[in-house]
Design a protein around this ligand. Structure first.
Ligand SMILES: [Zn+2]
Length: 204
């Protein structure tokens, strides 16, 4: 039997768990950043998608890769589902992207590094850190035994150019879900405010 939807969340245990995962989280962000993935470089973006796909599978995710046409020039779209299907509760969608605005070779002038309480590297902020945080949150909820509905993680590869190919899939999956959280970075300690239409476009 699935846990009830109003199961109390053990916040102290989750906080302790998050602290234990900090170094692994930083490592995952760096792995993603070192796989450069500018929107128009399909092979490069697909390599980053493959890395994220392998990580999703390692966490027990049910992975589906939506192949984009080579003619489109954009990378594939990664859909990964976690947790139990719950007939009483629609899934939650976590939305992100793996493409960046930084051309191939940026790592040579902007190496990925950590220091002074910060991390540098192309796409670290927008939004490979957000992608790694989504994976870590899913892992924490799974380990704490409080994942009582399905989570759909959808990572596209064309967000920085307005999501021309991925938009229909995003809209279809969002319509099946109870809530959508977009894991883009915000300014300061705040959620990024919800966008008006178009929901997935923009270059930030
Ligand atoms: Zn972004």
């Amino acid at each position: 039997m699935l846990p009830s939807a109003d199961l109390p969340i053990p916040m102290r245990a989750l906080l302790a768990g998050s602290r234990r995962k900090q170094s692994a989280l930083l490592e995952l962000i760096q792995q993603l950043v070192r796989r450069e993935s500018p929107s128009g470089e399909k092979a490069a973006v697909d390599a980053c998608v493959a890395l994220a796909s392998a990580h999703a599978k390692a966490l027990g995710g049910r992975v589906k890769v939506h192949r984009s046409a080579a003619a489109d020039g954009f990378g594939d779209l990664l859909e990964a589902r976690f947790g139990p299907k719950n007939k009483a509760a629609k899934p939650t969608l976590l939305l992100g992207h793996l493409d960046t605005v930084w051309p191939l070779g940026t790592l040579e002038t902007m190496p990925c590094r950590v220091g002074e309480g910060r991390m540098w590297g192309p796409g670290a902020l927008d939004m490979k850190a957000g992608v790694a945080m989504a994976f870590t949150a899913i892992e924490m909820l799974t380990e704490a035994g409080v994942l009582n509905r399905e989570i759909v993680l959808l990572l596209n590869s064309d967000e920085e150019v307005g999501s021309p190919v991925s938009r229909p899939t995003t809209e279809r999956l969002a319509a099946e879900c109870a809530a959508v959280f977009v894991l883009e970075p915000a300014q300061g300690l705040a959620y990024k405010p919800p966008a008006r239409e178009p929901a997935t476009g923009g270059s930030t």
